[in-house]
Design a protein around this ligand. Sequence first.
Ligand SMILES: [Zn+2]
Length: 396
Amino acid sequence: MRSTPIQELENIMGLEPMEDRRDTKLLTQAAKFKRLPTHPIKDRLCQPTKGRLKRGSFIHQTRVLERRHQDILDQQPKDIPQYLENPSWSDEGRPQIRRSIPGVGKKNCQSCAELKSLTIEHIHNSYPQRQWTHVYTDGSADQAVRSSGAGIYIKYPGGREEEHISLATGLYSTNFKAEAVALQTGAAHIEHSPLSSNNVVFFSDAKSVLQALDTARDKELNDLSSALTSLCRAHTVVLQWVPSHCNILGNEAADTLAKEGTTKDQNDRSTTFKEAKTIIKAKQHKKWLQQQPHYNKNDAFHLLTRSEQVLIFRLWTGHNRMNHHLFTKFRIGQSDQCPCQTGSMTTEHLLQTCPLHDGLRSQIWAEATTVQGKLYGSLDDLQRTATFARRAGVSI
Ligand SMILES: [Zn+2]
């Protein structure tokens, strides 16, 4: 409703306030300018200004904000590629990218054991260890956006020989980059290893990287696609997605190596625009979360359907279409009385005392329940309240 307190709405729905979102946009835009080599504003952003800046100017605002985020200033901006330096996939051949496993459904639908057995069976049937080199790759980043590492675990055909590689992939790096570097390092390494068979399969749990590669949409993956194209000249190459965290031996080994990589010396401070943007958003969101100790996107309220959420929210705030609010706030109607004429029509009156709904009330709540319980209880409590309001036919 028009009178609803905006801040309350934002807090409950997990929306950052307008001012914070504006800051995020400003920082993101500045990050973009710094990575456009020929843009006139780039020099002004990167070099100290002679003379005074207007307080309201874009550059002034950016400086003020960036001073609060030392690690944004510490990053080395990497230019945005103006064009594709290499065609993302050449005609010489490209790897096959398999983004699913037969029988494996969406997240959270299957148990870990089920996922594991389906995956292992698929690996066993499609890429028998006697004929295929298995390369497990994984990337890891501290809090998803800092100090990242890549891990590569290679099992050569026959299953005797193994290799373990771990490396640091950047001080300011996203998971995405770490995963891509892991694949790229694996591909480059395999190209220079003598193999008894030319079949190579990469196992990765980075669905987003595989998807970006498959659709060749991401310019920032040029290095990876060249490494793979090069490998394809003399090898049959498959990239196979595998589910994460379900105890697949090779995947776990790569994960451990990637974590090891995060602790090594991080010499690379470069970030692409996409990475810088992810990092800014994550930082801003984290800052917002710290100011919202009670916000929990998985609490009972957030499990309700949208229409239930609207209803409960209106009951919570009292900003609703019941007579009390309409009359006291907008002078709509004759009075704030409930049609039953026994009291003011408020949330508490409707849920607890209104005689018009006594029958329905005892049907839905067999035992007496407090308003607190009905409005702030478990998922079941909230759903009962929503059902009650709907069936009572009161416009909330
Ligand atoms: Zn009433």
